[in-house]
Design a protein around this ligand. Structure first.
Ligand code: GLA
Length: 386
């Protein structure tokens, strides 16, 4: 049974009635453009064909009851105690989305909901952004009569999800994950200008597969190291006299090398060169030049490893193994870092051999068993009335 059907059936068995709404928001994989979003730069993610689904029905009272399939947990609360610390941790993302909608003036009735999905949790594929965006979609639909509120664009929903992370969860992330989840386009990657929030869909060339290799090395240190990188970028921008590192040219970095010092110089060099690689990759994919796109992805991994220092042994191992396989254009760690997943662009006919080679070699090197997914670029979030 597919996951969508599983969520619908679980709703029927948990609540003894049919759901009336089904919200969906996909995970994302970032092809290139890592840690550039909060520097006002460029990213190139794709929404993937793995998503969070929420089946729901409104209630007559103000109680909100939620069942999480992944966490095998059921909880109930009221809109007035959204930040009750005794509620289960998994429900914090849904509660954050409802909090944000209320802040915007939306009135949300009580409802029953079942949440489930097939985005691996903790792998760096943005399952939490998907939960936030799916709940924003659901909350908007539950708040009823569309004519009562100005309609909300996908960009506004994405920024809502970012506000949930920044203010309700306390994670100082950029806009990439929520933008990808809300704005994905079938069979396209998205070149996102994180300053203007302009999105250019880039068609995925025929004959190539997006392969995701989840290292099963769960991300550690993410929160503290992520905030530290962000702070270092702000310091570097200040020394360079620019609003954000997006505005720094490579020559500016070299001219300010002494003032920056080695650490900030390398952090800034990653961001500045990664922005350039991201634009190059988008241009290369546009014309089907997979070799050039793959070369930029390999350089991105090296830059994350040596300059930004966010990779770990397991992800370096996967990138090296992947990049050594015939038919692999490029492989790199994807997402925030310190564990999680790698992404590779692999010629369709080479995918089976790639998986057969990389999986066992990785296990031999690390003792960990990877999960490998071949993904399609998918459309963004939405909600349907059943
Ligand atoms: C996490 C954040 C994103 C982005 C990436 C790194 O996924 O949520 O905003 O900064 O890390 O590229």
């Amino acid at each position: 049974m597919d996951i969508r059907e599983h969520v619908l059936q679980t709703f029927r068995s948990e609540f003894g009635q049919d759901p009336v709404l089904l919200a969906r928001a996909p995970g994302r994989v970032n092809l290139i453009g890592e840690h550039t979003d909060y520097n006002d730069g460029f990213v190139l993610p794709a929404a993937i064909d793995r998503a969070m689904y929420i089946a729901a029905a409104p209630r007559l009272d103000s109680t909100i009851t939620m069942v999480s399939i992944d966490f095998e947990s059921r909880t109930a609360f009221d809109l007035i105690n959204l930040d009750d610390p005794d509620l289960p941790a998994w429900s914090k993302y849904p509660r954050g989305a409802l909090w944000w909608l209320r802040e915007q003036g939306y009135e949300i009735p009580g409802f029953d909901a079942v949440i489930g999905g097939d985005i691996p949790i903790g792998a760096g594929l943005s399952s939490s952004a998907a939960v936030e965006i799916a709940f924003i979609e659901l909350g908007l639909a539950l708040s009823g009569d569309e004519s009562a509120y100005p309609s909300m664009s996908q960009v506004e929903k994405a920024l809502g999800g970012v506000t949930v992370e920044n203010q309700f969860i306390g994670m100082p992330c950029g806009v990439m994950d929520q933008m990808a989840s809300a704005m994905g386009v079938d069979q396209h990657a998205l070149l996102i200008d994180c300053r203007s929030l302009g999105v250019t869909p880039i068609p995925m060339p025929p004959g190539v597969s997006i392969v995701i290799i989840d290292s099963n090395k769960r991300r550690g240190l993410v929160d503290s190291e992520y905030a530290l990188r962000r702070q270092q970028c702000e310091e570097a921008a200040e020394i360079l006299g620019v609003e954000a590192l997006r505005d720094a040219a490579p020559e500016m970095l070299d001219a300010a090398r002494d003032r920056l010092g080695d650490l900030l110089y390398r952090r800034a060099r990653h961001v500045v060169t990664e922005d350039a690689r991201t634009e190059q990759t988008a241009a290369a994919l546009q014309v089907g030049d997979l070799a050039a796109a793959g070369e930029a992805m390999r350089a991105s991994h090296a830059s994350m490893r040596d300059d930004y220092e966010i990779t770990v042994f397991e992800l370096d191992t996967i990138a090296d193994l992947g990049n050594a396989q015939p038919g692999c254009y490029g492989a790199r760690m994807t997402g925030g870092g310190f564990g999680g997943a790698a992404v590779a662009l692999v010629a369709d006919e080479a995918v089976d051999a790639f998986i057969a080679a990389v999986g066992p070699a990785y296990t031999q090197a690390t003792g960990l068993t990877p999960q490998i997914y071949v993904c399609q670029a998918a459309s963004g979030s939405g909600v349907q009335t059943l």
